[in-house]
Design a binder for this molecule. Structure first.
Ligand code: ZN
Length: 499
């Protein structure tokens, strides 16, 4: 190990401490903090994140990275560390190109825009949010000019969340999916729909929490390196691969919500627990690609968790833990968890119509950044697209264009990652079946850990050290395509709805 590498390691360790304390503050803020604690926690978070930013852009670090990126130093490092030092150098250069005054303006505008969005959503009035949205669009364009000079803005945005992904590829795969899915959805909606009345039966939060514990253990969440809490919205948070936490929210008359949130967050968490601990706290640890991350949560939630075979070995346990389910048969349960219906809210949508919720947002973001569509034209555009894809029109802005917070803080380009995740899932499913045999058979015999093991070996352990397109090429041996997802949907829903 060279001297500069040793110093660099020590420096990284210092930076990591600031990250740890922020993660802990954030966890506490969302799960245990009393309301009046908000100010103190936010101040501390701002303090530690500013300190961390200073360390991450300090001349000392820049010096180490310059040295380590020289050929003779790089040659001494293994592939992971080569990736890490190259990545850090690039990120530091990107950050440096943003003038300090611009960063301050952006942070300020995000805070104001977030507040305006909340107010607008509460009042269901887009006009309250419109000027802030306009400003966020403007600042986002400027930001991309600094971080990705010479790259088209929307491609730069996609690259932020799913590095290496571009609109040309997404146009192709979303196009494949749309063409096949629109006629399938029509057939599904015309078929007989399940009776969902039994699914609003009372289940206590305590019982639901016990079921969550059972399900997480079942799919492979390691409790010696994980914990669970309660929050307004479910999320996953990790300190390192050795401490990964999930939250859930228990609605006492809507037990399916917590069941599938548990499995979804469990998928994110198992990913983080399985990252090679050697990468902890580095630019290659903790997966930073949203599409790949979402592919894992959605694989557990949808591909596995909404199959009949997943529940066959454990449905008796579910009924024991949730007494209200004792008069719901497994067949009824299976039909309801795959109930397809046109609805307004993305986060409540089934896995089929969900695709259209994302396509709509993707097309609108392209219209904003590529075609220069004006902010005041957006609500009408939203409603037209809802009509085109799902044949429904929101009654107001709150259940239409104001429902998601993503645009309020400038997270444009994030939405496509959700659907990319599902598209990757189709490909992973196909590959697992080639290598391990039919997934239904594995699940039915209670051997789900074989699947968790496969995902860990092929995907999780690498953390961020491979770009999404590389993951797909190396795991599946082909280019990204929506065809396997189309096949999965067609086979599954033909069966569920007897088409
Ligand atoms: Zn997720």
């Amino acid at each position: 190990m060279s001297e500069v590498f040793e110093k660099f390691q020590k420096y990284l360790q210092r930076v990591r401490q600031y990250g740890q304390i922020q993660t802990l503050l954030y966890w506490d803020m969302k799960t245990g903090m009393p309301k009046e604690g908000f100010e103190g926690h936010s101040e501390a978070l701002t303090f530690f994140s500013t300190e961390q930013f200073k360390l991450e852009t300090a001349p000392e670090l820049k010096g180490y990275l310059e040295e380590l990126n020289k050929k003779e130093e790089l040659d001494l490092l293994d592939a992971d560390w080569q990736f890490i030092v190259r990545r850090m150098k690039r990120d530091l250069e990107r950050n440096e190109r943003m003038p300090e005054a611009f960063v301050a303006e952006l942070v300020q505008a995000q805070a104001e825009s977030g507040k305006a969005w909340e107010e607008a959503k509460g009042a269901s009035d887009f006009s309250i949010f419109a000027p802030h949205l306009e400003k966020m669009i403007d600042l986002t364009k400027k930001k991309c000019g600094y971080t990705h000079p010479g790259v088209e803005v929307y491609d730069a945005l996609l690259d932020q969340y799913e590095e290496g992904m571009d609109s040309q590829t997404i146009d192709r795969i979303f196009g494949e999916l749309k063409e096949a899915l629109l006629p399938l959805l029509k057939k599904i909606l015309a078929a007989r729909q399940p009776d969902d009345r039994k699914f609003s039966a009372f289940c206590s939060a305590d019982d639901q929490s016990k079921l969550q514990k059972f399900l997480l253990s079942y799919i492979g969440f390691d409790w010696s390196r994980g914990a669970a809490g309660e929050s307004e919205h479910p999320f996953t948070l990790n300190f390192s691969s050795k401490d990964v936490r999930v939250t859930n929210h228990y609605y006492e008359n809507s037990p399916l919500f917590a069941i599938f949130s548990a499995i979804h967050e469990g998928g994110h968490a198992i990913f983080e627990q399985n990252v090679n601990p050697k990468l902890d706290g580095t630019a290659a640890g903790s997966c930073r690609y949203m599409g790949i991350h979402e592919s894992q949560s959605r694989f557990y939630e949808n591909v596995l968790g909404r199959s009949l075979a997943f529940w066959e070995p454990i449905y008796g346990d579910v009924q024991k833990l949730l007494p209200a389910f004792s008069d719901i048969t497994l067949e009824e349960f299976y039909r309801e968890i795959n109930h397809v219906k046109n609805s307004f809210i993305r986060t409540e949508a089934d896995e089929v119509t969900y695709c259209f919720h994302v396509m709509l947002r993707y097309e609108m973001e392209k219209a904003i950044f590529r075609d220069g569509v004006k902010v005041e034209e957006l609500p009408a555009m939203w409603n037209e697209k809802m009509q085109e894809y799902l044949q429904i029109t929101p009654a107001n802005d709150a259940e239409g264009i104001l429902q998601d917070m993503h645009w309020s803080d400038g997270s444009f380009g994030y939405f496509p990652s959700y659907l990319l995740g599902s598209i990757y899932d189709g490909m992973f499913l196909e590959q697992i079946e080639k290598e391990l045999g039919p997934v239904d058979g594995i699940l039915r015999s209670g051997r789900i850990m074989e699947i968790t093991g496969w995902l860990g070996e092929k995907i999780h352990r690498y953390g961020s050290s491979r770009l999404p397109k590389e993951v797909i090429a190396q795991v599946c041996g082909r280019e990204v395509t929506a065809q396997p997802l189309v096949d999965y949907f067609t086979k599954k829903y033909t069966d569920v709805y007897g088409l």
